[in-house]
Design a protein. Structure first.
Length: 769
């Protein structure tokens, strides 16, 4: 239960004499004046606040996302060309709609009435109230899921005919070869190669064990809670070659690896308590799980460990990130400390493993930017790297491992490869930061020749673009918007970028009717007086510039990405609802976050504690411009790395932040996962880890603090928050603690937690409720 300590202010008059009429009138006037003055600072009564809560619920992510439609159009190409495709949209009046685009013209994909009639007559189902799911269309035949069944309808000119589709039952415990002649399975942590025809199996390995299994993924604890046998042994990671002759997997060595335990105290099985233990390598651990590559020769029906450096397995899932191409297997290999990164190549026939490309950095290499795409027609691949200071594309020869040429260069960031037209020698990619006088996070689509020449901008509008290329590279569907401008979806020529037809646009009518206001973008200089910072400001729908509002910073400064929305979808979060309760809510990305180049990114290296410094600076600068900013009442909240940020900010800037809600925080990097934390904090562990721990100096806490954690958090163990609570108790600090049964990492899924955060900020920043 959450108990709110209401603070009340009493005004007392000690009267020793009987008041005459004149003095009574004076007293009444005095009392009236006091009430008028008080009403300017005292918030609404609990009745008004209750009404505000009901309105705020209309502005939650769960509510707002149902009031805007067609934010992004995803084309479904027909017959691998761009001449025909279809897409799904939603109409407020008509509901679910499917649109066919044929030779640049739009029309209904099918006759809705005829399909409803066929479904009713042939399948005895009333489709009128049920949405179609997993729809596929090949030009004449429609396949879809309805009421958890799959159906196929032949679309004739006069009538439609529908039938139930019988799908083969998927075997979740075996992994089929591309030619469907063989499959592999695990028994007692060993690999078995089986014939699909006879189901006869040959045991390939015999030395697998709990501490050294073959092919297993590290299961999520949630899976173990439900089915320990299946999750522990049956989730495999295997890579079949396209010719089905070889199989790549690994042997996972995890003897001595750290294990954690989660407790389900509110399990739905009488009054017992469920527990689950699981492998969880923590940052700084001496022993990490290590995977040795294992090659299975299907023809010879035998396997062997390959002579290659072992791979770190630092989280859940499989140990390998790779793929086959032209009878070779390519995979990523990052070394502990994250200062070396390799693209490895396996030649299975020769049983050779070699480092094809090597990246070295004195500080860190960001694994999120190291991607590659093989060219299908030649022995070349495109490699992504930050070696120049920005993420760019490089063309390599896969036979020699030699660099052929850079494909992109300059002070901008390549975000993703969207397609490779090998016939014309073109690469299509999304990038940000190249166009002058444009938000440097906005993505645009470009094309460039493989030799690096003729770089061409295809989507020039100064907004956030998300594009889909047709399989024949003739057309692209471009969705673009910004935080204040709803999405437009256009069909464009893929070579020139010329607009052909407006396909759709977002429907915001219900959003506008609610009174929703788009957040306001802002930009300002960082404390270094040269780096531009960007963010969004959320205001209540009844905003009054003549009032002064408390400020709340929604923080997350994790260096693996940036987190301020750039498209029109700015409402699938909790900021609008919080603003509706009478706050100005800030979302921004300071120095040290990602996608702005290595110099911008480097600010956070071994310096995660400084994540909110730019936030404090920005709020102070905004307050100089906006009289409605009341920076005597500033709060902060965040979850996960944002939970760490929140607590660190409450200590580091203890005079500035008056209230903070820290959820699921990794309050000391050594209690969190090895993979994420060692990238940004460096390895081995040195003094700066201790210095930046939230456990180090809790005596600095001055503001009001709410700590929250899910009891079943498998991402950041709840002990991270409980250890912090212990430190605060020992320091005799007043705070609130909420441990939520049955909840995992993301507490915003719980309406109870969301409203508790509302109440906390209202109480401590508005002195109400």
């Amino acid at each position: 239960m959450w108990l709110l300590n209401k603070q009340k202010i009493y005004t007392t008059f000690a009267v020793d004499t009987v008041l005459n009429e004149g003095s009574m009138n004076k007293l009444l006037i005095l009392l009236f004046n006091l009430l008028v003055v008080g009403c300017q600072s005292i918030p609404p009564s609990s009745t008004n606040t209750s009404a505000d809560f009901q309105r705020a619920k209309l502005f939650t992510a769960a509510s707002l996302t149902t009031k805007v439609h067609n934010l992004s159009l995803k084309p479904q190409w027909i017959n691998n060309t761009g001449e025909q495709f279809w897409f799904e949209r939603y109409s407020v009046t008509a509901g679910q709609e499917f649109v066919l685009v044929n030779q640049h013209r739009k029309q209904p994909l099918f006759d809705k009435h005829m399909l409803q009639q066929a479904i009713a007559n042939d399948l005895n189902i009333d489709w009128h109230v049920k949405p179609l799911q997993q729809l596929a269309f090949d030009g004449t035949k429609l396949t879809f899921s309805l009421q958890q069944q799959t159906y196929t309808c032949q679309l004739g000119a006069i009538a439609y005919q529908c039938r139930l589709t019988v799908s083969p039952t998927a075997n979740k415990t075996s992994y089929l070869s591309p030619n469907k002649q063989h499959y592999v399975k695990l028994e007692n942590f060993n690999i078995y190669l089986c014939s699909s025809n006879s189901n006869h199996c040959k045991q390939i390995t015999k030395d697998g064990s709990q501490s050294a299994p073959y092919a297993v993924k590290h299961p999520y604890p949630e899976d173990l809670l439900h089915d320990q046998h299946f999750a522990a042994q049956k989730q495999m990671q295997v890579y079949w070659s396209s010719d089905s002759k070889y199989l790549i997997t690994y042997k996972l060595f995890r003897e001595g690896v750290n294990k954690l335990t989660l407790t389900d105290s509110a399990a739905d099985n009488d009054f017992s308590v469920n527990t689950v233990s699981y492998y969880y390598p923590q940052a700084g651990d001496e022993i990490l799980p290590m995977a040795q590559l294992f090659l299975v020769d299907v023809v010879a029906q035998q396997g062997e460990l390959l002579d290659a450096p072992k791979l770190m397995q630092t989280y859940y899932g499989g140990a390998i990130w790779g793929k086959w191409h032209n009878n070779a297997f390519y995979y990523h290999d990052r070394r502990r400390g994250n200062r070396q990164y390799h693209l490895m190549q396996v030649l299975p026939k020769e049983k050779i493993v070699r480092a094809l490309i090597t990246e070295v950095d004195e500080e860190f290499i960001d694994p999120w930017v190291q991607t590659f795409e093989n060219l299908q027609q030649t022995n070349r691949l495109i490699w992504s790297s930050q070696r120049s200071g920005y993420q760019h594309l490089y063309l390599y020869d896969t036979s020699s491992g030699k660099l052929i040429n850079p494909i992109t260069q300059g002070d901008f960031t390549v975000r993703s490869i969207k397609g490779i037209d090998e016939d014309k020698g073109l690469v299509y990619f999304e990038a940000s930061g190249k166009e002058a006088n444009v938000d440097p996070y906005f993505r645009h689509l470009y094309r460039v020749n493989l030799d690096g020449s003729d770089l061409t901008l295809l989507t020039p509008e100064p907004q956030e673009h998300h594009s889909y290329l047709s399989p024949d590279f003739k057309y692209l569907v471009d969705n673009y918007s910004d935080p204040q401008t709803p999405t437009q979806s256009w069909l464009r020529d893929a070579y020139s970028g010329e607009k052909i037809i407006l396909l759709d646009q977002a429907d915001t009518s219900q959003l506008v009717a609610l009174g929703w206001q788009a957040p306001e973008p802002f930009s300002l200089l960082a404390p270094d007086n040269k780096t531009q910072l960007y963010g969004l400001m959320y205001k209540p729908s009844n905003f009054d510039k003549n009032k002064r509002y408390p400020i709340i910073d929604d923080t997350y400064t994790g260096p693996h990405n940036f987190f301020t929305p750039k498209s029109f979808d700015t409402f699938s979060n909790q900021r609008p609802a919080l603003a509706e309760l009478g706050f100005i809510v800030i979302k921004m990305d300071g120095r040290g976050t990602n996608k702005r180049g290595k110099a911008f990114h480097r600010y956070s290296y071994k310096n995660l504690a400084a994540g909110t410094d730019d936030h404090v600076w920005a709020i102070k600068q905004l307050a100089k411009k906006h009289a409605y900013f009341d920076i005597t009442r500033v709060g902060i909240f965040g979850f996960s790395a944002g939970g760490y940020d929140t607590m660190q900010a409450m200590l580091r800037h203890n005079e500035f932040f008056k209230a903070g809600v820290s959820a699921s925080g990794n309050h000391d990097f050594r209690v969190d996962k090895a993979g994420w934390n060692e990238i940004w904090m460096g390895w081995p562990v040195t003094e700066h880890w201790q210095q930046q721990s939230n456990y180090t100096d809790v005596s600095r806490l001055k503001g009001k603090l709410l700590l929250a954690h899910g009891e079943l958090d498998s991402n950041v163990h709840p002990s991270a928050t409980l250890r912090l609570a212990d430190k605060l108790i020992n320091a005799n600090k007043d705070f609130e603690l909420l441990i939520m049964p049955k909840m995992g990492h993301v507490l915003d899924k719980s309406p109870y937690f969301v409203e508790k955060r509302w109440k906390f900020f209202i109480e401590h920043l508005q002195s109400s409720y």
